[in-house]
Design a protein around this ligand. Sequence first.
Ligand SMILES: C[S@@+](CC[C@H](N)C(=O)[O-])C[C@H]1O[C@@H](n2cnc3c(N)ncnc32)[C@H](O)[C@@H]1O
Length: 269
Amino acid sequence: MCVVKRAVKYVHGYAPEELDRLVGSADTLQNLLHGAIAYPAGTLVLEAGCGVGAQTRFLLERNPGITLVSVDIARESLLRAQAAIGRGACFLQSDLYRLPFAPASFDHVFICYVLEHLPHPLDALRALAALLKPGGTLTAIEGDHGSAFFYPETAEALAAWRCLQRLQLQTSGDGHIGRRLYGLLKASNAKKIRVAPLPVYCDPGHPEMMDGFADKTIVGMLKGIEDEVLARELLAPEVWRKGVQDLIALSKSDDGTFMYTFFQGVAQY
Ligand SMILES: C[S@@+](CC[C@H](N)C(=O)[O-])C[C@H]1O[C@@H](n2cnc3c(N)ncnc32)[C@H](O)[C@@H]1O
């Protein structure tokens, strides 16, 4: 693995539980997130912000014959990605705003859950687009925390969920970036853009979604920010804890539901 030194802190952090959460969530959502992606064999693909390789695995399994270069700024995540994936991808530690590649090097770029954490997502898209060959594509998948609704909706659960949005705004990034994807891709000078919503719906008729998404992805995300929420006094501790407990109870109940929408943008340059 090549190394470029630079420290970064983002809202979810790099605790082992958070890194496990990314892997589990990618497993649960693999058909939704990767179903429409088909990179031809022989193409060179850049994965920007690969983290622990949770999506890297599916990029390789579902697109046989590609050459994959996966970059992230976080060394610990990359080491874990490399251990999980082995020689399937070439891993590089680098800042995606200034990657050490010549212009027009790649056929495709894939970026998932990263733009929402960046202070300058448009600059990032422009930097990544410059690495594409003419006609190359950039696929960006982002969530939008404003798209979530659920039942039962207790006041505490709603308040706890809103803390994620507030915390993300206070650190860096935009948890509502999904709705901005079209505009950002357009501003990055894409010639063609197609944005599609990717809805996730959980109810007890889909126990794997209640467990893998409502509990492990959504509640897992809240558990990961608990210390920061309480340290910043975004919510009274008892309200926060009741809200998280209410969401856990929802995911185990026989009538709870949770709805969330991701957005997938494909831009051609
Ligand atoms: C929420 S994780 C998503 C990881 C992976 N794409 C996935 O779907 O599991 C966001 C990742 O973006 C990385 N990241 C944030 N800013 C970055 C930057 N400027 N350059 C490269 N990676 C960055 C973080 O280190 C983290 O691994």
